[in-house]
Design a protein around this ligand. Structure first.
Ligand SMILES: *Cc1c(COP(=O)(O)O)cnc(C)c1O
Length: 468
């Protein structure tokens, strides 16, 4: 498989999976996407039934990595990734809530959110590719909470990888912060930025667009702008749909959404032939995507802090990948719209694009008050303690899919203990951290606090690199 940029022109080089994994963001500012969508036929999908999670990963992902990894190398990566560090033997278990509602539990990984599915794999891919190319890489990431801990957990203590992780100061939960800042390793640098997640993400993009800096330190991305992140997440759409009757039955997925990475993985599964009825974008009051679906205009708003901080995002980077598809894969159109977005703060979808968007997707925004009510209702009705992000999914599902005959799967994106305060305030029950994290609140922390200043950040990173 070869990869192209969402802003690319036809004459551009086509890159391998190895290249795009190490590069992260395309040099023209776009995001990498595969040159075409590989198809699994109905028989191939039916044959996934009964396979282990790791084996489904091999079948679904091999077309994307072909040319960079052999099937047996991929199998080793998948078996190591989805092994004992996932606390549930099914890796991504599906739990039935009512006659046609299901929770997909994606929080059994080492840092208790779905980000582990992709980052545990990405860490192993970095090991393989840096060893093969005999080079050291420097990761710069921005986190609204969960990417940071998952990326740090996946790369801590590595010789060939340094990781700088930016989080918005005071805007992540205490468990989220401590999962990052209590990892004291020479290759891990945690930085709290005086600003929002969008400011952190802008610092990352700005650093990538400084091509000299980028080349000097072998800059690499772990945010879902990195294709390998999105790719790894495609697998659980397949395992889940197959367990509920695919390819003979369509399934709908409700995805608590921020950066549009997780739900874009659902779109990829659909493109690959998985019968999906609807993909529901569930957002908190940071609702740029829900508004886009409702009005056709993608317009930047102010970030508001909510009970679901991992979705406090107003610029959803991966929407660019969908836009590329909606325009019929016209890189020039995408580049023009994104330039307008950075100049004027918005762009519009054409009528035909909006229609195509609405055909598969629907969207709903859920307030904090509704989120708290939903956590409480779920505990009363089903006995399940859910986290605030998952509650946003439950809320959107009840509005958008009232009359659905297809099974409805709500992605449970985080463990309730990760957002213990919000869960306890809503339900009166304090969710317990799993045993291996029980002492998290007592561990030593280390992190720096920096201004929202790109040149200063890059100078700091350069100095760190030179001192190695
Ligand atoms: C990252 C995250 C999301 C949002 O996922 P995107 O891929 O950014 O849309 C939702 N819930 C939780 C718990 C997360 O960590």
């Amino acid at each position: 498989m070869k990869y192209i940029s969402t802003r690319g022109q036809e004459s551009d080089d086509r890159l391998s999976f190895e290249d795009v994994t190490l590069a992260g963001l395309a040099r023209d500012g776009g995001l990498y996407v595969p040159e075409y969508w590989p198809i699994l036929e109905a028989d191939d999908i039916a044959n996934l039934a009964g396979l282990s999670y790791a084996e489904v990963a091999v079948k679904v992902l091999y077309p994307f990595v072909e040319g960079s990894l052999s099937e047996s190398e991929l199998r080793t990566v998948a078996e190591e990734t989805y092994g004992p560090q996932f606390a549930h033997a099914a890796v991504a278990p599906v739990k039935q809530l009512s006659h046609n509602e299901y929770l997909l539990e994606l929080f059994h990984g080492p840092t208790l959110a779905f980000k582990d599915f992709a980052l545990q794999m990405l860490g192993r891919l970095f090991d393989i590719f840096t060893a093969r190319q005999n080079r050291e890489i420097c990761i710069l990431g921005a986190t609204s909470g969960d990417t940071g801990s998952a990326a740090i957990e996946a790369t801590r203590g590595r010789d060939t990888v340094s990781i700088f992780m930016l989080h918005p100061e005071g805007r992540v939960s205490e468990v989220q912060r401590r999962q990052m800042t209590t990892v004291i390793e020479p290759n891990v640098i945690n930085l709290a930025v005086k600003g929002t997640f969008d400011d952190c993400q802008a610092l990352v993009k700005e650093s990538f667009n400084d091509l000299t800096f980028r080349d000097n330190i072998n800059l690499t991305a772990v945010n879902s702008i990195n294709w390998a992140r999105v790719m790894a997440q495609v697998v659980y759409y397949f395992t889940t749909a197959v367990s509920l009757g695919a390819p003979h039955r369509k399934v709908s997925f409700v995805v608590p959404t921020g950066n549009f990475g997780d739900i874009f993985a659902g779109f990829v599964a659909h493109k690959m032939g998985l019968p999906i009825e609807k993909l529901i974008i569930a957002t908190n009051s940071n609702d740029i995507l829900a508004k886009t679906l409702q009005t056709g205009r993608y317009a930047k708003g102010q970030v508001k802090p909510t009970l679901s901080p991992s979705m406090d995002i107003q610029v959803s980077s991966n929407f660019e990948r969908l836009l590329f598809e909606l325009t019929g894969r016209k890189g020039k159109d995408v580049a023009e719209r994104l330039t307008q977005f950075s100049d004027l703060g918005y762009f519009d979808l054409e009528d035909s694009e909006l229609e195509a968007f609405r055909e598969l997707f629907d969207a709903r925004q859920i307030t904090d008050e509704e989120t708290s009510d939903l956590m409480k209702e779920m505990l009363c009705e089903t006995g399940e303690l859910i986290d605030p992000h998952t509650a946003v999914g439950v809320g959107a599902s009840r509005v958008c899919l009232q009359d659905s005959n297809a099974p409805i799967v709500i992605l449970a994106t985080a463990h309730p203990a990760k957002f213990g305060d919000a869960v306890e305030n809503a339900t009166g029950t304090d969710p317990e951290l799993p045993a291996k994290m029980a002492d998290l609140m007592d561990r030593d922390e280390g992190y720096g606090v920096i201004e929202n200043n790109g040149p200063a950040l890059r100078e700091m990173m350069q100095k760190f690199r030179e001192s190695k």
